[in-house]
Design a protein around this ligand. Sequence first.
Ligand code: ACO
Length: 468
Amino acid sequence: MLMSSKSAEKSPIYYLFNPRSIAVIGASRDPKKIGYQILKNIIEYGFKGKVYPVNPKADEILGLKCYKSILDIPDEVDVAVISIPAQYVLPVVEECGKKGVKALIVISSGFGEVGNVELERKLVETARKYGMRILGPNIFGLYYGPARLNATFGPKEVIPGNIAFVSQSGALGIALMGWTIAKGVALSAVVSMGNKADIDDADVLEYFETDPNTKVILIYMEGIRPGLGRRFVEVARRVSKKKPIIVIKAGRTERGAAAAASHTGALAGADAIYNAAFKQAGVLRAIGFEEAFDWAKALSMLPPPKGENAVIITNGGGAGVMATDAAVECGIRLMEMPPDLQERFRKYMPPFGSPKNPIDLTGQASEEAYKGALLEAFNEPRIHSIILLYCQTAITDPEVLADKIIEAWNEAKERKPMVVSFIGGIECDRAMAKLDKAGIPAYPSPERAVSALSAVYKWARWAGYVKE
Ligand code: ACO
């Protein structure tokens, strides 16, 4: 089983992500039920530890021997997934405690979110009595790539990577799991938080702080439980100096906050307070999930910049102007090009090109011209970051251009942050997928590329890589 430097401590939350054995209580014989699908995902995603289905009515499910109770399992159990109706959960938690289980994943709905606050409180009290931690209740489960653990009833083929995604919303979280697969976004973890009766955002942040498999943490949040705000700010402030934290905080408006209250029972609170807290904690606040994942992609792939000088390289004047506006609006500083650099970039363009910033290679730019200009920018220490734009033309092949960009990226004396946008047809989509795969974040519009680079800058300034 996977061990990290954290393994020496072996906290319940460490075991939650790295169990040696897992029981599924409420593993059903019916493929239409959640307990069946969770067991199937655990098996089929290739969990390396031991798996024990628990169901008093079954002898065998999905080829595994089934136990009447967790107490009958002739082995230690680190994590129990509980997928039975809410009213039966408490005695099962008690049994898990007696068994020595370290962490529980409680899928069941029907607790605090529908007013059953007392039942939820008892759940936590019982778990605490035995030193267990609870994820949930009211969740879709947990995925952790390094342990090959997909204990969710979401999609199976999650792409392993280094972005940890934490979601308070179940349906949205599960939908975004599928969305990340379609978009090629690679994840280290997906954590469904639900009611956050016990484990809350600060707890998972602390796990990811030292998790070598996670580079960026992305949280969909509706609210923080009363009394836990200060701890969240303290922990996030410390963690965000090491790893970027992106938060989508829903319930921004009064109506939105009321909707959040009836969804997960979250006290959404005044939005201005959240904004102030996020600022203090160095958290990057995104409005929607597309923006949040755009930022996460760039932050997970790129090194931090060493300075503020950004250059735009383009073959289209219009795209260059759009990127310029976007850069100015989101606080990216575009370099004033010194004459000697203008001279050097002139080599890669016809006389009617522009070596200022944007560097306009013009519509007749070849793949080789792009590569030459790019290498010039990579190898020039006064340039700290690059926004590379391409408008599809008939004289270039987007996929060949992607290859040339990757060559330049690999031949450069030094890696520096670069975002790319290809604007055009289906060939551009294929080319951008190639770039993403090579670790160069690519986006279908200049604004999205610039926004992603601005997130890299905001975090680099906060973490002290670039002086403000
Ligand atoms: N120990 C072990 N197994 C048990 C126990 C027990 N004490 N009691 C019942 N079981 C078995 C049942 O026999 C059944 O197996 P079977 O189908 O082979 O007979 C299985 O466990 C499941 O029990 P059911 O009573 O059939 O419960 P069901 O699967 O219908 O519902 C569930 C359980 C899924 C937890 C439901 O109560 C629930 O809360 N659903 C909502 C879950 C959810 O949406 N979570 C949150 C967010 S995700 C999102 O929003 C997309």
